[in-house]
Design a protein around this ligand. Structure first.
Ligand SMILES: Nc1ncnc2c1ncn2[C@@H]1O[C@H](COP(=O)(O)OP(=O)(O)OP(=O)(O)O)[C@@H](O)[C@H]1O
Ligand SMILES: [Mg+2]
Length: 360
């Protein structure tokens, strides 16, 4: 799957851009502030209905306009598909796939699986578990059609349960909700667990190339002590949950643990190595998706050369090319990418003050 045409209108500093990307590696280059990241952000926005840079989606709308419009033609195995998204300053979003209005943003995500690697992607390894859960759930969502509904149910029941806790509800009442909570939690956990197992298989090979001699271990933690039955645990933790007003254990606390020997990766690896580890995780995800449901992801790699030496730039580009996926990489100087590729990029775009030109 790839974007064969992309129109961006009133997005950040881009007034209007029309691109015909190639199916392989697309290089986007230009000076600081020219609009490179904005192009990647626009593609992400089209796939996810939100930004990877800001929680405030209104901020991406060009300052001088009331709405942004994104449009793409996708080449899919079953033919071409058109997707369009319009976002208003009021917060309203309209999405159309092949002319039909779409209500759920998850339909977009299903159509357009996107992997982002930015200089800030380290946060996947450093920050709280939320971003790592999102990482697992991206894969769980795409690999198992049951996941989305099960996870929505967990969230719904959890919200209800927490409300009851805040209202000092006796356990006998909460117990009814716990039966549902346990059922959906176990469903979600099983899918996540299975997903991380499959991912680990692929990851070993990729980490072996990127970080030979470093023994990285990735393990999944479900969010509660698996030695105790979950229903029993919820009951025994009721006094604590009541005191804090929320559910202390459960799939909303799941995490991915990444270690080198006995150390967390952030204490054992350099910044460049951490970047490579994040790249390995993302590439493994894309490869697994291809294996599992024969769907290619689109890779967005912002500022690819930063923090990588020439050899690792080459290695990363080689791995990206090998996924067979469409890749968008940005750099300030085109040579930093071109010199690291064996063949020229599929297409090159230069960005100057929000204007995009294709370089022949
Ligand atoms: N809502 C907006 N309306 C207009 N311009 C905006 C808006 N939001 C951001 N900008 C501007 O868009 C420009 C492009 O930013 P972008 O981050 O895409 O640049 P870049 O090419 O990735 O730069 P760098 O090499 O520094 O990463 C910036 O100068 C920024 O001030
Ligand atoms: Mg940038």
């Amino acid at each position: 799957m790839s974007l064969v045409r992309l129109n961006i209108e009133s997005f950040r500093n881009i007034q209007l851009a029309q691109l015909s990307p190639g199916a392989g590696i697309n290089l986007i280059y230009g000076q600081n502030g020219s609009g490179k990241t904005s192009i990647l952000e626009a593609i992400y926005f089209l796939g996810m209905g939100r930004s990877f840079r800001s929680h405030l989606s209104q901020r991406v709308i060009n300052n001088e306009h009331e709405q942004l419009t994104l449009f793409a033609n996708l080449a899919l195995p079953r033919g071409e598909s058109k997707i369009g998204l319009r976002r208003y300053r009021s917060g309203e979003t309209e999405v159309k796939i092949d002319g039909e209005k779409v209500k759920r943003l998850s339909t977009l995500a299903e159509t357009l699986p996107i992997q982002v690697i930015t200089p800030e992607s380290f946060s996947l390894l450093f920050e709280g578990p939320k971003s790592r859960r999102q990482f697992i759930d991206w894969g769980a969502f795409h690999s198992d059609p049951q996941f989305y509904v099960a996870w929505m149910n967990v969230r719904r029941v959890l919200k209800q349960r927490n409300q009851l806790l805040k209202n000092n509800t006796p356990y006998s009442h909460i117990q009814y909700w716990d039966r549902e909570f346990v059922r959906y939690s176990e469903q979600v956990t099983e899918i996540r667990n299975r997903y991380v197992d499959s991912l680990n298989e692929l990851l070993k090979g990729i980490i072996g190339e990127f970080l030979p001699r470093v023994d990285v271990k990735v393990s999944f933690t479900r969010g509660w002590d698996s030695k105790t039955e979950f229903a029993q645990l919820l009951e025994s933790q009721y006094p604590r949950d009541l005191a804090t007003g929320h559910t202390v254990s459960g799939p909303h606390k799941a995490d991915l643990r990444l270690r080198v020997g006995s150390l967390p990766v952030q204490d054992a690896l350099s910044r460049g190595q951490l970047k490579l580890l994040v790249c390995a995780l993302r590439i493994a995800q894309g490869k697994l998706l291809k294996q599992q449901i024969d769907k290619n992801s689109i890779y967005l790699v912002d500022d690819l050369p930063s923090e990588l030496d020439a050899q690792h730039r080459q290695l990363l580009l080689k791995q990206l090319a090998e996924t067979g996926a469409q890749v968008f990489v940005t750099a300030i100087e085109p040579a930093a990418i071109v010199d690291s590729l064996h063949t020229p990029p599929d297409r090159m775009f230069q960005v100057e003050q929000g204007r995009v030109t294709v370089i022949e």
